[in-house]
Design a binder for this molecule. Structure first.
Ligand code: SAH
Length: 241
């Protein structure tokens, strides 16, 4: 069975969206992964298919009903897949978690709208909350698209050059070194000479050093972690001491 993504959403028309283009879209057409949407509205209550109501205790906005969300969740065959609610309160998504998800059978993603979801369905269905970052979106769809794009590009056969995947930002525990391509001179700026020297050992050392310096400056948290963690499998060693 290929990687199977099911997105529960009030906006099924948001899918496949960007997941329908480029390598990820080609993978979808080639059957390397499967995307399915479930329209939460179809589990709405009454003639108007209501899915939300006012927050208990008062306050602005609307909250997605627990019974409606649960009916949508229960309509999906779990098939051993993690059940994730995209939420700014969740654990921030990392490349390590993406890698783990990509190795599994797929994911079920619940996209929130309004002020979010009734807490009881989060507890009652054991939803894992995952955040895209410390900012607030209008809905979970963009977060679901981002999570899926990150997972699917790692699936076997999706990326043309599998090697390019292991050297990227986060995969080595560091941010990536700067990249250059032709022309050799652009607006008086030259490509660093070492990169055109043909000396591969020197190039490797230069890139390593750049990655370390960049990470130290921009993400001291990542840099500290990379010096303590064992090297990620399939990638090069951790920074030199
Ligand atoms: N009132 C909520 C925000 C609701 S935003 C709060 O303050 O926590 C509406 C929906 O957008 C959420 O239910 C969630 O599914 C999605 N969303 C918003 N920001 C997100 C983020 N950073 N990561 C993942 N999903 C997010």
């Amino acid at each position: 069975m290929p990687f199977h993504a099911t997105c529960l959403t009030l906006l099924p028309e948001a899918f496949p969206g960007v997941l329908g283009v480029s390598i990820v879209g080609n993978g979808l057409r080639d059957g390397l992964w499967v995307l399915e949407t479930v329209d939460i509205r179809s589990f709405g209550i009454g003639k108007h298919r209501n899915v939300d109501d006012t927050p208990s205790g008062g306050g602005a906005g609307m909250v997605m009903r627990a019974d409606v969300a649960a009916a949508a969740i229960d309509s999906v065959e779990r098939a051993g897949r993690p059940l994730i609610y995209l939420s700014p309160r969740g654990r921030p998504l990392t490349q390590a978690r993406v890698r783990e998800l990509a190795k599994g059978p797929g994911v079920i993603l619940l996209c929130g709208r309004f002020e979010g979801l009734d807490e009881r369905v989060i507890e009652g269905r054991g939803l894992e909350e995952v955040s895209l970052g410390d900012f607030v979106l209008a809905g979970g769809e963009v977060a679901a698209l981002a999570l899926l794009e990150a997972c699917v590009r790692l699936l076997p056969g999706v990326a043309g050059n599998a090697e390019s995947l292991t050297e990227e930002s986060f995969e080595t525990g560091l941010l990536e070194h700067p990249q250059y391509t032709r022309p050799q001179v652009w607006e008086d700026r030259e490509i660093p000479a070492v990169l055109t020297s043909g000396d591969h050992a020197k190039i490797r050392a230069w890139r390593r050093n750049q990655a370390e310096e960049l990470t130290k400056a921009r993400r001291p948290d990542l840099y500290a972690a990379s010096r303590n963690a064992p090297p990620v499998q399939g990638t090069r060693a951790k920074p030199r001491d």
